[in-house]
Design a binder for this molecule. Sequence first.
Ligand code: SF4
Ligand code: MG
Length: 384
Amino acid sequence: ADPILKVRDLTTRFFTEEGQVNAVEHVSFDVEDGEIFGIVGESGSGKSVTALSVIDLIESPGRVTEGEIWYRNETLADEFRGSIPDAVDGDFVDVRRLPKGVRRSLRGPSFSMVFQDPMSSFNPSLTVGEQIAEAVEVQRRARANPRRTRSRTQGYGLGKLVADTLLPSQSYVSDESMNRAVELLDQVGIPDPEDRAEEYPHQFSGGMLQRAMIAQALAGEPDILVADEPTTALDVTIQAQILNLLRDLQEHEGMSILMITHDLGVIARMCDRVGVMYAGEIVERGPLADIFDNPVHPYTQGLLGSIPDVDDPSTRLEPISGNVPSLIDSEMPNACYFADRCPNAMNDCLTRIPEYELDGRHSVRCVLAEREYDPNDAIDTEVY
Ligand code: SF4
Ligand code: MG
């Protein structure tokens, strides 16, 4: 399949008082049409920051400092080919080079996001139906006038309840949008959607609210749905139902999904291709079968060794012994970031490691792609 998204050398840093945090370092990956691409890693590996960077939701003191985010969209490509030629390559536009208003208008019809905590994604003082209907209206307005759209519910997805909570709860959504909201609730498997649409978020169970958040994310008919730990807060049975729902939606709507998770079971069950993240880098990337059956990077091998049953979505990633290097710049070792935990660390590993292509689709950032482990060349990793 063709890519709908090509992320190249994406680099995101946070400029804090303690120093510069290199959260995402030269990350590259494609998301193909209608596929589920997974990014897996421990917490703090940079996977959520990668997702937020892609959909342009990094906030100060963070900033995407480098990289390109090529999104396939013929309409936009035609619109900017003349005025911002650098932002256009064939049918692709580099989202980072588009004007801010245009970038914002992509949220909904192009990119949409579901988060771990559905409660923080909804305004508690508006009914669920109103909020989904509002998302529908925002998309309609965005289509009519892509330069100016703002919703009362936008921003909730980041888990911060802003002053919007205090807005009056009178509805200004049209019947048409409300009907569409009910359809969406029905589509995500919420029983009695007409009645449920009139309820408030606190009247929903966690699993039902997660479905409602997915319905809201679908309002703009996005090309790419970004799902950041969408089932982590749910119990195992509900988790499986939500994953099935996402799978069904991806198959029937032809959407692509960028799935962020620490859970290899979720990856095994859902994803077509995977990127394994460690300390801000994608250390191995490839089709699911290559990664699971033929992992090359010792970190990937460690991850896979640490779960008893990859088909059981309830199994959790157990940490590998050793420390994730601090991502504060001044403390960053000038070596493979995994060297300190790696059983195969050699002298060659003390320089920055490039990404090696194993074949067209499987790549790895590790010297073992090029040479065998040699015990005579081993280094004492305690130096870190
Ligand atoms: Fe281990 Fe060296 Fe590969 Fe890093 S580059 S993962 S230290 S073998
Ligand atoms: Mg996270």
